[in-house]
Write a protein that binds this ligand. Structure first.
Ligand SMILES: Nc1ncnc2c1ncn2[C@@H]1O[C@H](COP(=O)(O)OP(=O)(O)OP(=O)(O)O)[C@@H](O)[C@H]1O
Ligand SMILES: [Mg+2]
Length: 499
């Protein structure tokens, strides 16, 4: 386990952005500058209006007019820069996370996938990973902008009237820290449940779609639709709770902002009466305080997003940390050379550590030139033996040797290069025949593919297809079934490379 693996899920996702920290910093600074420009715009406009009421010469206001314009235009440009850079980082991290997730799934498939349902896995791969972009764009960036711009605004106000700056700082802290934390406490529970509920919903939909024919044939369609509806209701309820919490947070934030502006106004009016503040500065102070709450306004929503992303991050981490379903040697032996001799002695295997034995006390020998048929009733363990030989499963007892060495001492892919299997239900990817064949050996030339097809007696059929190797197979190979009759699923390629 690496150090990164031991970290909590959310910091771990943040760590994925480490190589992009320069971009993230630019986005954070641009975000803070945008917010600060918004506050400064209102403060400067306040000054302009209040000062204009005193009828000074136009030249006295020229600089302020230009500043207002510059802030107005600058705000838009800075916001654009923040969005551009922030999304760039977010999408790069998102792509990275998705690739890592996919690589882990590929590494642990098929044995390691038993712990996950396919629809739920899809939700992890799509929805949970998509939520990663919110972590940066709607989670991290609003916080950095709020801290930087908030501190700047309070400092600026302190130059005008220190007690008012104190009141503003207190108001910003309550609206920016207390309110979001309160919101977060409410949202967190529904977020965890929401992520799980979305997983269940995808699972039910996938089940209903994949098994639609069987469900209709056995009159179970209404039950399946009902299950989808129920899962949808749970997911929607979670979303509603999260929305209510965010709305409460926003309302509470507005209340705090109103009270703080009143406090600043009262303190300012007192100061004007005492002669420590002039009336133009009072306008600037109050308008700046009002604008300052724009800084913290996105924080309740940002906190809610963070809670949701944390729930998604946990589900992503569960896949990334899924244990190796089989023993992988640290220093594997060189690939076994042909001809291959395989011996099984007293082999026993089970799918769960305390589960029933799928096979036990098995002795078998596969030597070059001999054909061995393994027959037995359903459930007697024939597929399990194939899984053991293809390294999809580890033996719990006995020994399996390939050319005299423990099968687990080789790289699993090297074993699969010399031991092949044709499953009862092969998986075809929705792509062309060529790409499906290339799964066994990426980079194989067309000549090699046609050779392999010839060995599998598929060549005449492929040659008869108008598009040849470029023929799309459709989802689960549906485009191949029927037709000439030769292209049924039983012709699907097997796992390893043909010799
Ligand atoms: N993925 C799995 N998880 C848990 N138990 C399993 C799994 N696959 C098979 N088993 C169990 O292992 C035992 C052997 O099953 P296996 O699929 O190897 O039998 P089989 O001889 O191939 O049967 P069939 O003729 O139906 O294909 C059975 O008791 C089965 O229930
Ligand atoms: Mg079987």
């Amino acid at each position: 386990m690496t150090a990164a693996m031991r970290r909590a899920p959310l910091p771990r996702l943040l760590a994925f952005a480490c190589p992009l920290r320069a971009g993230l910093l630019v986005a954070a600074l641009a975000g803070a500058a945008t917010t600060a420009a918004g506050v400064a715009l209102l403060g400067t406009s306040g000054y302009l209006i209040a000062r204009a009421a005193e009828h000074p010469s136009v030249t006295a206001l020229a600089v302020v007019v230009v500043t207002v314009r510059a802030l107005g235009i600058g705000r838009g440009v800075l916001r654009y820069a923040e969005r551009l850079k922030g999304h760039d980082v977010a999408f790069r991290v998102l792509g990275d996370v998705r690739v890592r997730l996919y690589e882990r799934l590929a590494a642990i498939a098929p044995a390691g996938l038993r712990a996950f349902r396919s629809g739920d896995l899809l939700a992890r791969l799509v929805t949970d990973v998509d939520a990663v972009q919110d972590l940066f764009v709607r989670g991290v960036l609003p916080y950095t902008a709020a801290v930087l711009a908030g501190a700047g605004t309070v400092t600026a106000c302190a130059f005008l009237l220190a007690p008012a700056a104190g009141a503003l700082a207190a108001g910003l802290l309550v609206a920016g820290a207390v309110v979001p934390v309160l919101t977060c406490v409410i949202v967190r529970r529904s977020a965890v449940r929401g992520a799980a509920a979305r997983g269940t919903l995808t699972l039910r939909i996938a089940d209903a779609l994949v098994g639609a024919r069987d469900l209709v044939a056995f009159g179970a369609r209404d039950a399946a639709v009902g299950a989808v509806r129920a899962a949808d209701a749970v997911a929607a309820a979670g979303e509603r709770r999260a929305a209510v919490a965010s709305a409460l947070g926003a309302g509470l934030g507005t209340a705090v902002s109103g009270l703080t502006v009143w406090a600043v106004l009262l303190l300012g009016v007192g100061a004007v009466r005492d002669g420590t503040l002039d009336s133009v500065s009072l306008a600037v102070l109050v308008l700046t305080a009002l604008a300052a709450f724009e800084v913290v306004a996105p924080l309740p929503a940002a906190t809610a997003r963070l809670a949701e992303t944390a729930a998604g991050a946990r589900r992503i981490a569960a896949v990334l940390d899924a244990p190796d379903p089989i023993r992988i040697p640290a220093r594997p032996l060189p690939a076994p050379s042909r001809p291959v001799t395989v011996r099984m002695r007293g082999v026993g295997a089970r799918y769960e550590p305390d589960g029933p034995w799928a096979v036990r006390g098995l002795d078998l020998e596969f030597v070059p030139g001999r054909r061995v048929a393994l027959v037995g009733p359903s459930g007697s363990g024939k597929s399990t033996v194939a899984a053991l030989l293809l390294r999809f499963l580890d033996a719990d007892e006995g020994a399996i040797t390939v050319n005299g060495h423990d099968i687990a001492a080789y790289e699993p892919d090297d074993v699969r290069r010399v031991i092949g299997g044709c499953p009862q239900d092969p998986h075809l990817f929705d792509s062309t025949i060529r790409e499906n064949l290339r799964l066994a050996r990426s980079g194989a030339t067309d000549a090699e593919l046609l050779d392999a097809a010839d060995a599998a007696r598929l060549l005449p059929w492929i040659a008869a297809l108008p598009e040849g190797l470029d023929t799309p197979v459709g989802a689960h190979g549906t485009a191949l079934s029927g037709g000439s009759g030769a292209g049924s699923r039983s012709h699907a390629p097997c796992w390893p490379t043909p010799p």
